[in-house]
Structures are given as structure tokens and as C-alpha cells.
Design a protein around this ligand. Structure first.
Ligand SMILES: Nc1ncnc2c1ncn2[C@@H]1O[C@H](COP(=O)(O)OP(=O)(O)OP(=O)(O)O)[C@@H](O)[C@H]1O
Ligand SMILES: [Mg+2]
Length: 508
């Protein structure tokens, strides 16, 4: 057999109180897409980071093309031919798209940066992903999904032997994932080795050749994708036998009776210029309203409108049949409305605070500084959610930055659950969360719903929307194009509603 492109032997890495990697082996051949799977906190990102010199290793050996390598920084790894998109998009929001793509590799001419060349190179990198953006615009002016594409374009900009993608698809929609996969297949044909990390099982089955499963920092095994049934994969990941996994998967949302026909929140012709066209929307207590649509269709904008992040400039909003105006999230929070934003890094987690501090943050803020939660109260609250959401952390006093990506997401969810909201707006709440935890979160949402909570649920995964929602509003091009209830809700119906053109739609 040919020399493997990448050969990792006995890689170990510990953090205080955590054995993140325990003698892990991994072999990747050129021209292969190798998926790395495991629960939140299994050690996937740590493996990538140790491999690419973000963290030093405790033990182990890495060979690239048969040569022993030990890069001490991502830059060095890049120079060796390993190009990486890390789970946390490490771009610089206030720089332009072009600068971000060429960051640290700017073409110089007699010591000065050649802006024209940078823009050209950036456009070429984006074109390979079939994206045409204004590369001179500030990165932060684009959506998270576009930013994610820019990160991938950046990784593709250098001629690498090994491309590593740590959850690159978490905020991409179906069509974009398809585009990316097309590109990856082409790269695979060209002999590139690709390591692909994701929590979307269907994506793994669509794109990967081999799957290495990690659990609690250990390698469970390496399997040919074609020969590994989905249920077996999940059972390897969570360390339970197949029968238990089946039971877990069967816990589907029950369609218990909706408690009230009167809407809790009602939007009438609510809109905002340049953001979302005026739309009508109702959310009832005890109901999950799904918000479906492709990327850029206005889902997040709608959430921000309802929560007072971007106040509406037309239409009315009623809360329990009283007209209200939310000029800021603060005023929405006063009505016990909560929102978990899609981008946990910018709008959510405070990385330097502990798990406990992050969990109590919103509740404390809503109580005001005069009614501080005592430390024992805070501890009780934190422990309750660490347990109920199964947050993997050595202690409640761990700094959140040190948690795995999915576990940070759970902390964010806990923070808002702690405020006991009446209306919960969830923007991609299960992004980056593993299958087991996803089922837990779904269960939690459904049980809160049965207690009368109203939920606005945004997800790119239609399957999840269909499973969770009693009603679905479909958006396209920043306007509402359809609404489905109970029995009408199916993936096909939503897709159809998205695809129907304005001409065919009555009244448009
Ligand atoms: N800098 C750090 N300091 C302390 N502990 C860390 C640090 N980075 C990771 N860990 C711990 O190492 C373990 C593995 O984390 P890692 O980020 O590799 O998980 P993951 O498999 O990528 O999970 P996810 O699917 O949630 O992204 C976790 O228990 C995490 O809390
Ligand atoms: Mg990770």
C-alpha cells in the first residue's frame, strides 16, 4: 500500500481535569474524504488543533507523506500543506473579505501590499466556490453563512495536500452544502486528502469514504462509510448498544393539544426597510412555530425584529393582545421573551467567564443589580442545567472558552432556559450539537411547550422543523411566502412553498 498522506500514532493531549485525547491513531490517504465523528467533547477539535500546532501534544507522532512533522503553529502547518478551517471561524470581522482571504499571505511588491492583486486573488478563490461577493466590503457586513464560505475559500486559497474542515457546514443551507460538496469531490479527484468534521449524519454518508469515531478522547475505530449502518455509527459515538439508540431515535415530538387559540405574540404587517418585508405572524402558547427558508430568506432578520434587536419601522406587534414596542432586547426580555442567536461567538457566550457565570447571566440581568442571585442559588442553577443538558465540563467553574463547541452551545441554551421564558426564539439552537444532545434539546423544547411555552424555531434542517413544529411559516427573499399547519407540514410541502415563484402564487 502507498505511504499514507497523513499518519497519526498515539496522539495524546490533556487539559487540567480532562483527558481530551488518549493515544489516538488516524490514517488518511490522498484522494480520500475522512470523516471524524464523535459526541460533543469527544476530542475532534482538539485532535485537529494538536495536529496543526495550535496546542502542543503530550505524546504521539505525526507523519505527512512519510515525513515526521511537528508544526508549532497553524502557520507552520499551513506551510507544510495542511490547510484548516477551525470550528470557531477565525476571521477578522472588520477587515474586508479580500484581506481575510489573503491574511498573512498578502502578495507583496517591493514591501508594499498590492491591493489589486489581493482583490483578484480573493475573487478567484471565491469563484472556485461559485461565489461572487464584493471582496472590498467588510466581512462583518455579510451573514454568518457567507463568512463561513469565506473561511473555506481562504483554506482553498493555498495549495494544500490536506484540507481539514471542522464543522464547515453548520450554518450553510442545503444548496450551499451541495456546492461545497461538489467542490470537495473535485478536490478529492485531484488527490487532496480531506478531514471532515460534522454533526450532520446525512452529510457524512453523502460525502465521506471512511469514518473514524472518537469517544471520550479515544479512538473507537475506523470504518468504511458504505459498510457502517447509521445506527451502528451512532451507537459507536455514544457508546450505547443499537437497541438503546433505536429507543432514543423513536422519541419524536408528540402533537399534544395546543393550550390556547389566542396568540401570545402577534405581528401585523411588521417589517423593516432593507431587512424584511411586512409580514403577519402568530405564536400561540404551547406551540412551536417553525420558521423555514433558505439562507438569506430573512429568518434571522424576523427573529431580530420580534426581539427588538432591529426595531420594526412599520406594522404593529401585540403581546397577549396588547400593543407593544420593543426598542431593544431589554424591553423584549421584560416580557419574558428569550432569544438564542445563531452566532454563539458574537452575540452569546462570554468566553472568559465560567460555566456558572454564563448560565446565570441573563437571569441576573433581568432581576437587576439589587436582587443578586446568591452564590448557592447560582450553583444550584448551574448544576441543574449541566445535568439536564448533559454539559461536558470538569466543574461548573470551568472557563467556558475551554469547553468544546457543542457544549458552549448548550451553555447558551441553559442561560436562556434559566430565565424561564414565556416565548423562546431559537435561532439554529442545535447547530453543532451531537445526535444524543439534539434529542435531549428536542425533548426539552417539547416538554416546555406542553407547559405553555411558545416557541419560534429556526432551523436549516427541514427534518427538524417538520418534527418539532405545529405550524410553519415559510420565508423567501425576505418575505413570507407560505404557512403550513399540522397535517400539511412535510419537507416536500416546505420545499415546494420555497420553490413556488411569485407568478404562480395567488395574490402576489
Ligand atoms: N483549551 C482547553 N482547555 C481545557 N479543556 C479543553 C480545552 N479545549 C478542549 N478542552 C476539553 O477537551 C475535551 C475535548 O474537546 P473538543 O473541543 O476536542 O471536543 P469536540 O469533539 O470538538 O466537541 P464538539 O462537537 O462540541 O465541537 C472537552 O472535554 C473540552 O472541554
Ligand atoms: Mg469541536
Amino acid at each position: 500500500m502507498a505511504t499514507p498522506l497523513l499518519e497519526v500514532r498515539g496522539l495524546s493531549k490533556g487539559f487540567p481535569g480532562v483527558r481530551a485525547l488518549d493515544a489516538v491513531d488516524l490514517t488518511v490517504q490522498a484522494g480520500e474524504i475522512h470523516a471524524l465523528m464523535g459526541e460533543n467533547g469527544a476530542g475532534k477539535s482538539t485532535l485537529i488543533k494538536v495536529l496543526t500546532g495550535v496546542f502542543p501534544r503530550d505524546a504521539g507522532e505525526t507523519r505527512l507523506d512519510g515525513q515526521i512533522i511537528a508544526p508549532k503553529s497553524p502557520r507552520e502547518a499551513e506551510a507544510l500543506g495542511m490547510s484548516t478551517v477551525y470550528q470557531e471561524v477565525n476571521l477578522i470581522p472588520h477587515l474586508s473579505v479580500a484581506e481575510n482571504i489573503c491574511l498573512g499571505r498578502q502578495p507583496l511588491w517591493l514591501g508594499t501590499i498590492r491591493w489589486g492583486a489581493i482583490a483578484k486573488r480573493a475573487r478567484a478563490a471565491l469563484a472556485r466556490l461559485d461565489l461572487s461577493l464584493d471582496v472590498n466590503r467588510q466581512l462583518s457586513s455579510y451573514s454568518i453563512a457567507i463568512q463561513q464560505m469565506v473561511a473555506i475559500a481562504r483554506a482553498l486559497d493555498i495549495s494544500a495536500k490536506l484540507l481539514i474542515l471542522d464543522e464547515p457546514t453548520s450554518s450553510l443551507d442545503k444548496t450551499e452544502v451541495e456546492e461545497l460538496f461538489k467542490k470537495l469531490r473535485k478536490l478529492r479527484e485531484g488527490g487532496l486528502g480531506i478531514i471532515f468534521i460534522t454533526h450532520f449524519l446525512e452529510q457524512v454518508y453523502e460525502i465521506s469514504d471512511l469514518i473514524t469515531v472518537l469517544r471520550n478522547g479515544r479512538r473507537v475505530g475506523c470504518f468504511a462509510t458504505k459498510e457502517l449502518p447509521r445506527i451502528k455509527l451512532v451507537s459507536h459515538m455514544i457508546g450505547k448498544d443499537v437497541r438503546e439508540v433505536e429507543a432514543l431515535e423513536q422519541k419524536r415530538a408528540s402533537t399534544a393539544t395546543i393550550r390556547s387559540d389566542l396568540p401570545m405574540l402577534e405581528a401585523k404587517g411588521l417589517g423593516r426597510k432593507g431587512s424584511i418585508h411586512p409580514l403577519d405572524l402568530e405564536i400561540r402558547p404551547g406551540e412551536v412555530l417553525g420558521l423555514a427558508g433558505l439562507l438569506g430568506s430573512g429568518r434571522t432578520e424576523t427573529a431580530r425584529l420580534l426581539f427588538g434587536v432591529d426595531p420594526p419601522d412599520q406594522g404593529t406587534l401585540l403581546f397577549n393582545r396588547r400593543a407593544v414596542r420593543f426598542h431593544s432586547p431589554r424591553s423584549a426580555i421584560r416580557y419574558r421573551i428569550a432569544l438564542t442567536p445563531e452566532d454563539r461567538k458574537v452575540a452569546g457566550i462570554v468566553p472568559s467567564l465560567t460555566v456558572r457565570e454564563n448560565i446565570v447571566l441573563a437571569l441576573q440581568a433581568s432581576r437587576g443589580i439589587w436582587r443578586r442571585l446568591s452564590v448557592p442559588e447560582q450553583e444550584k442553577l448551574a448544576d441543574r442545567f449541566i445535568q439536564s443538558l448533559d454539559i461536558k465540563t470538569p466543574t461548573r467553574e470551568q472557563i467556558v472558552r475551554n469547553l468544546s463547541g457543542g457544549n458552549q452551545q448548550k451553555v447558551l441554551l441553559a442561560r436562556w432556559l434559566a430565565t424561564e421564558p414565556r416565548l423562546f426564539i431559537l435561532d439554529e439552537p442545535t447547530r453543532g450539537i451531537d445526535v444524543g444532545a439534539k434529542a435531549e434539546v428536542e425533548k426539552l423544547i417539547q416538554s416546555l411547550r406542553q407547559e405553555g411555552l411558545a416557541v419560534l424555531f429556526i432551523s436549516s434542517e427541514l427534518e427538524e422543523i417538520v418534527r418539532q413544529s405545529q405550524r410553519v411559516v415559510v420565508l423567501r427573499d425576505r418575505r413570507k411566502v407560505g404557512e403550513l399547519t399540522e397535517a400539511e407540514i412535510s419537507e416536500e410541502a416546505i420545499m415546494q412553498s420555497i420553490a413556488t415563484s411569485d407568478m404562480e402564487r395567488p395574490g402576489a
